[in-house]
Each structure stands twice: as C-alpha cells, then as structure tokens.
Design a protein around this ligand. Structure first.
Ligand code: ZN
Length: 559
C-alpha cells in the first residue's frame, strides 16, 4: 500500500456505466484465459476503487446535506450502485460455478465463498430500480431529520444538539427538550410514515421478485448472516425479556426513589447519575489531545493509529447545521484508511460515540492486510463487538476524558445505560420482524405494533404529555429502521460479547486488550459465531451467556 494522503486531498476516479463494463470485461477475459489469480486480484482492486469512491461520495453528503453538489453526487452514486452490484453478482456466479472449487477456496480463504453464495441470492436485474428507489427514500429520511431547527436555551439546535438539554439536571429543561423533539416528529410524522410505508412495500416487492416469501429472509441475507437465523434471534430477544427487562425496571425504580420523583417519566430516563451525568472534560480539541495519552497508555498500536487519524484529517466529530445526525465509521479500502464521523454535543455521548467509532476504525486498520476486500469488515454484529468493547476497555482511562473525580461515576453510568439499551434494541428488532411479516399493515397499525412491543420490553415507559410517542411514534427517530433493516439486533448481540470483554478486563486488563487486538486483526475472515469463539467468548445464542454477564453487571451496580 502506498503512503496515505491527507483526507482533504482525497479524490477517487468517478466510475461510469461504461468504465464498469470495461473493468468487468477485462476481469472476465482473465478468467477466459484460465488465470484465476490475476482475475481475483484485478477484481479486488476494482472493488476497492469503487467502494473508496462511493464511501467518499456518501461521506461528503453526510458532512453537508444542504450542498446541492454533494446531493447530486450521492444521487449519481445511488443510480450506479445497482449497476455495480449486477456486475459483481454475475462474476460471483461465474466464480462459484468454476469446476475447480478447491483452487477457488485456496485463492480466497474459503469463507468468502459462503458470503458470495448468500450474496447471489439477493440480487437480480429486476430489482435494480427498486434498489435506487430504496436509496432515495433513505436519503430523504436523513434530509428530513437533518433539517430540524429547534429553539431551546436561547439557541437554535438540530436533533443532535438537543442532547445536552435532554439530560439536563433540571427536569423542566429535559421535558422541554423532549417536547421539542417529539413535536418535530409529530410535524413530520405523516411524511415519515409515507416514506416507511414505501420502503416496506418496496422491500417486500424485492423479496417476492427474488423468490422469497417475505423480506425477512432477504433482509438476513443482505446482512450476510451465514450462521444463525430468525429463530435464534427470537430466542435471544426472549433472553433479554427474561433476564434484562426486570433488572432495568429495578434500576429505574431505584433511581426514582433516589431522586424523590413521584413517577419516572420518559424525560427522566436520560438523567442516569443523580448528581448529573458526567460530562467530557472539555470540547472537541481537548478530547482529541486527551485521547492521545489514553490510547498511548492502552497500547502503542492504538496510540499510533489515533495519531494517524488525527494527522491525516480522517475525523469529522463536531456538530454543525446541515450535517447528518449520528455517528459512523466508513473506510477507503484502496488506501486501507478508515474515517470516523460524529456530532459532539458536550455530553457523555461524545465519549461513547468517539470510543465506539474508534473501535470500528481500529478493527478496519488492523485488518487492512487481510487477503481480500470481503474480509476487511466482518458482518455487522461482529463489527459491533470491536466498537462496543473499546467503549468498555477504555474504562480504566476514563479519568482523562471526564476528569478523575467523575471517572467512576462515568463507568457506572455507561454500564447502566448499556443494560438499559438491551430492551430497546430488541424492541427495534422485534418491531421490524412484525412489520415485514405483515407488509400490508397501515401506518396506524405499525404504530400499534410498536406500542404493544414497547409494553413488553419497556413496560416502565411513561410519556406523560408527550403525545406523539404516546401513540406509538418513537420508532421513527431510529434511522436504522428506515435505512438499515434488521441491523439493530447486531448491537445487542455484540453487547453480550463486549460485556464479556469488560468482565475479562477487570481481571486481566493486558490479556483482555491483547485478545481484543487479535480479534480486530481477524477482521471478517470468519462468520460471527466463529469470530466470537476465536476470542474465547461465549456465543450470545448459547443458553445462559447473556444471563451470566448481566449478573456480573448487576453485582457491580449494586456495590
Ligand atoms: Zn457501531
């Protein structure tokens, strides 16, 4: 790999329909000539170049959703994407049909073939325009949410900017923040319902065109899940309902008593620490400087990597108007460099999103010498182990980011919010299974599904006078439901693994970190359960695995 340029100097050639056809014709000619190694190498280079270009286009749009040029570039990429997928699928089918399977396995490492066998069932040219439409609807959702301009505390903020108010120690301020948030969703509820209705029908239609009964099996295949199915996931949700929901209810009840509240309302849930949630020790620049020392002390490889990210400009962490919400990590596989995106807002979320996205980025970096592009990222439930584990592995160094006096309070808050996340996470997943099992449901019926599941997984939820979530509208704030169907259980599965790293690091910090770095280096060379086993972790699907880590967390929180 050549020296990596600064992010601001990055530019990748823009592919066209013609250039894609030429690229794939050249790869096909190598196969015709019987040169499998050269064909695979050429294809790997082509995919890296294409993905690097597409990553940059989508990132530029997220950095400024109001830029007409960025939007036009993203729309061009959305139209070209199914064209690239069509070429890829054709080539995967041809490779998988080669008579010398052993040679193909030897050249690719084997697991890639299982991924391709899954991929080729998720695309036919007949769904190309549906995929374009799916991207367009998803981008419209992002634009609507990024357009929020909410007045609070004498300022105009977007949805990310509401966070400090939503966890303000003053209950009236928290209430005001949630009233503004859900007022925004009420104002846009009809359009958000229409977008989702279109997405569900579109996805169901694609599934039918591809020969599936519903979108559920297609959704699992698009997530490249080779080693578990929806029955395993349903059992895991039940484990959460059995072992975590009662625990979170007890923790919330304890908080209600400590605070002397008559009832715990929805807007109280974000105030986790009775003394006020610990905040970052400073702004973006301060946190970046503190992170240098933290990562240096954890592991020289982490320290060197963070310096590379900082010096190369591979971060965009400050909130600003028009920027897409949320946080994510993307990468430029032709360079081997990742990029992290976030919206710092002065709350503990800054630390959470920073350590989380750094975990993804570090994994991608450690995996950069994996033999093929299919192994640079694992499937998402495995990828979230790297991100969520780094959130926990940084615990001993948290004094650098929140101040020594608040470090222990931060650790407890993080543990408690992680446990409280599990019921919400499985609720988001269960909702999607019901939605795609009944694609003809009306928007009102979907809101009723959410309400019913919310009562199962979060029976404590009391929206008070917040009318919109009280009628089942909360799910509309979750981008994954729109943009990344069935990508949510992944966080809850990974958390079960990250908590195991947390337990291990409390006993043996150096050993836990070594195991973590080794897991990062394995990238996506194996399926989820294989990667989990390789790190000596119990599979979340194994009976009792979740209960065991939850009991550890409960004991620590009780002390
Ligand atoms: Zn993540």
């Amino acid at each position: 790999m050549n020296a990596i340029p600064n992010f601001s100097d990055l530019a990748f050639p823009q592919p066209t329909r013609e250039s894609l056809a030429d690229d794939y014709a050249a790869i096909g000619a190598l196969l015709d000539a019987g040169d499998l190694a050269a064909a695979l190498a050429a294809w790997d280079g082509q995919r890296r170049a294409y993905d690097s270009w597409a990553s940059l286009v989508h990132l530029r749009f997220s950095q400024d959703t109001t830029s007409a040029a960025a939007k036009a570039a993203r729309e061009y990429a959305d139209v070209l994407s199914p064209v690239a997928t069509a070429h890829e699928t054709t080539l995967k089918r041809r490779l998988l049909a080669l008579p010398d399977r052993a040679a193909l396995e030897a050249a690719t490492g084997g697991f890639a073939l299982r991924l391709w066998e899954m991929d080729i069932t998720t695309f036919e040219p007949a769904i190309a325009t549906d995929l374009e439409e799916e991207s367009r609807l998803g981008a419209r959702y992002t634009e609507i949410l990024a357009s929020a301009k909410l007045e609070i505390g004498g300022q105009v903020v977007n949805l990310s900017g509401l966070a400090p108010y939503a966890e303000d120690p003053d209950r009236a301020v928290r209430h005001q923040a949630e009233a503004l948030r859900w007022g925004f969703f009420a104002d846009h509820g009809a359009e958000l319902d229409a977008i989702y209705d279109d997405l569900v029908r579109l996805r169901h239609g694609m599934a039918r065109k591809l020969g599936f009964e519903s979108y559920i099996p297609l959704g699992y295949r698009r997530m490249r899940r080779t080693d578990y199915d929806d029955a395993d996931v349903a059992r895991y949700r039940d484990e959460v309902a059995t072992h975590v929901v009662p625990l979170v209810a007890r923790l919330l009840e304890r908080r209600r008593r400590e605070q002397g509240w008559d009832v715990l309302r929805y807007w109280d849930e974000a105030l986790v620490d009775p003394a006020g949630n610990p905040k970052p020790i400073g702004d973006h620049d301060t946190l970046c400087v503190q992170a240098r020392t933290m990562f240096d002390r954890m592991d020289p490889r982490l320290g060197a990597f963070w310096r590379f990210m900082e010096e190369g400009g591979f971060t965009d962490l400050k909130n600003r108007p028009g920027k897409a919400g949320g946080g994510f990590c993307t990468s430029f596989p032709s360079l081997g460099a990742p990029f992290i995106f976030a919206n710092f807002n002065g709350t503990h979320h800054d630390i959470g999103v920073f350590t989380h996205e750094m975990g993804h980025a570090f994994q991608n970096w450690e995996s950069r010498f994996q033999p093929g592009i299919d192994y640079l990222w694992p499937t998402m439930e495995a990828a979230e182990i790297h991100s969520m584990s780094l959130e926990f592995l940084t615990h001993p160094h948290m004094g650098r980011l929140v101040g020594e006096s608040a470090a222990e309070r931060f650790r407890r808050m993080h543990l408690e919010t992680s446990l409280a996340f599990l019921p919400y996470g499985v609720c988001v997943d269960h909702f999607q299974h019901e939605v795609y099992a009944k694609p003809e449901a009306t928007p009102a019926e979907r809101h009723a599904i959410w309400q019913r599941l919310e009562r199962r997984y979060m029976p404590w939820t009391d929206y008070g006078d917040l009318a919109y979530p009280a009628i089942g509208g909360r799910w509309q704030a979750k981008a994954h439901i729109y943009r990344s169907p069935f990508y949510y259980i992944d966080y809850t599965l990974a958390l079960c693994c990250a908590l195991q790293f947390w337990v291990r690091s409390r006993q043996d910090p150096a050993g836990a970190l070594a195991d973590y770095v080794a897991l990062c280096g394995r990238g996506g060379s194996a399926p989820f359960t294989g990667l989990v086993a390789s790190a000596g972790l119990a599979s979340p699907f194994a009976p009792g695995a979740l209960e065991a880590v939850v009991r550890e967390a409960e004991a620590v929180l009780a002390s």
